[in-house]
Design a protein around this ligand. Structure first.
Ligand SMILES: [Zn+2]
Length: 426
């Protein structure tokens, strides 16, 4: 089926069977019947707000008897959004997850350390790893049943070869390992890679974590609503799964969409049946390009810069928290785990760096180099504080809240004592 025919099918089905989209598109005066490719380009965007308003099942486009699973995500507002999948949807999603360059196989043992509770993240790796013939260790995350001491035991005793988690978790595993007298790079010889998602990951932090653990990192990019949209190839380049989704890059200032360039990513799934995803604004600013990759893939490359709301200006430049992270970790390569938080006000950055008992002196000795890099690369005047272990990242807070907060590294305005706002398990 051609791309246009795939689009026509998914859009027509959405219009006929999703009550919410039928009403929304009708109200906007843009209906996909009769079909033309120009109609597609005039369809109003779907946003997270639509998912909230459509709760619980206004966006469902199949009979409940055909629904295989319901997932939810909830952000800081706590307002839930539903995501439905049929058995066919799950089949396609697991197949897509295996496009990641980590190359899972029967010899792999995969520790899944993302939340199983309502989000899709853990389930997608759990199912994909099993499909590849690998063994799964279903650890989960944000649960008091999985303290970091237990994570380390599972990694070591079952000789896990791949960890699936947020990048911050690799920092936390390492901190716990060091506190037990273990060296991450040498005391986990079976561990070869980590597939990471759920938060930003700069190139420098990726190298930092790869060296800390002596493994390779393979980012996956997606959301509970869409599941995986792209992932790293064997050469470490992030590609979009462009044979599964139509991707557009939205320039909010001009109100135009393009296939390539920098702007907000807009996605349309060619396959999703239970809950059609049609021109869904991800809220992430990305750069999509056709730069060539040694892997030979024709899939476009993507760089994820961050949420549009997190953009801040220094002088004439637009910066994202990931630019700060990328600059901070460069001079810290080879150190023990480092957590950072900052608050930015104009060109002034208050930066806190936190390491381990044994790593604090080394991080302190490199603080000047971090400050110089921030000034040279980003034009930021940094005041750097080295804080005691446990100041901004504690492992022993109880995970009582319903929302799955992500770490907040960079605050605008003063952020004294706010820490990473990330609740790990013990
Ligand atoms: Zn590639």
């Amino acid at each position: 089926m051609s791309e246009s025919e795939q689009l026509r099918e998914i859009v027509t089905r959405a219009f006929r069977h999703s009550p919410y989209l039928h009403e929304k598109w009708s109200a906007a005066g843009t209906v996909p019947e009769p079909w033309s490719s120009e109609v597609f380009e005039r369809l109003p965007f779907m946003t997270k707000d639509d998912l909230r308003r459509g709760y619980p099942d206004g966006l469902l486009a199949v009979d409940w008897r055909d629904v295989a699973v319901v997932h939810e995500s909830s952000g800081t507002t706590g307002q839930p959004t539903s995501s439905f999948f049929t058995a066919e949807d799950i089949d396609e999603w697991l197949d897509r997850m295996l496009l990641n360059g980590v190359g899972l196989g029967a010899e792999d043992v995969v520790l899944v350390k993302t939340p199983y509770s309502m989000l899709s993240t853990a389930h997608q790796m759990h199912g994909a790893a099993q499909r590849a013939g690998a063994a799964v260790i279903p650890a989960g995350n944000r649960t008091e049943l999985m303290p970091y001491s237990r994570v380390l035991r599972l990694l070591r005793d079952y000789r896990a070869s791949v960890a699936y988690c947020m990048p911050i978790e690799l920092m936390l595993f390492a901190r716990r390992a060091l506190s037990e007298g273990l060296t991450p790079a040498t005391d986990f010889p079976a561990l070869r890679a980590a597939v990471v998602n759920g938060e930003m990951l700069s190139d420098a932090k990726r190298r930092f974590l790869e060296e800390l653990w002596s493994i390779r990192l393979f980012p996956d990019y997606g959301s509970t609503e869409t599941t995986s949209l792209g992932g790293a190839c064997a050469f470490g380049t992030m590609h979009l799964w462009s044979d599964r989704f139509r991707f557009e890059v939205y320039d909010a200032a001009r109100g135009t969409c393009a296939q390539r360039g920098t702007g907000e990513l807009v996605v349309t799934s060619y396959h999703r049946r239970a809950m059609p995803i049609v021109r869904y604004r991800m809220g992430d600013i990305v750069t999509v390009s056709d730069a060539s990759c040694p892997c030979g893939s024709a899939r476009p490359q993507v760089r994820v810069h961050g949420r549009a709301a997190d953009l801040f200006r220094v002088g004439e430049r637009d910066l994202f928290p990931i630019d700060v992270e990328d600059t901070v970790y460069g001079p810290l390569l080879g150190c023990e785990p480092v957590f950072w938080t900052g608050s930015v006000d104009g060109d002034r950055l208050e930066l806190s760096l936190e390491s381990t008992d044994s790593g604090t002196a080394e991080v302190a000795s490199r603080a000047d180099a971090v400050g110089e890099a921030l000034a040279e690369r980003l034009g930021l005047r940094a005041e750097i504080r080295i804080v005691a272990p446990g100041t901004q990242m504690t492992l022993d807070r109880r995970a009582e809240q319903e929302a799955m907060f992500k770490p907040v590294y960079l605050h605008t305005g003063r952020a004294e004592g706010r820490g990473l706002e990330y609740t790990g398990s013990r």
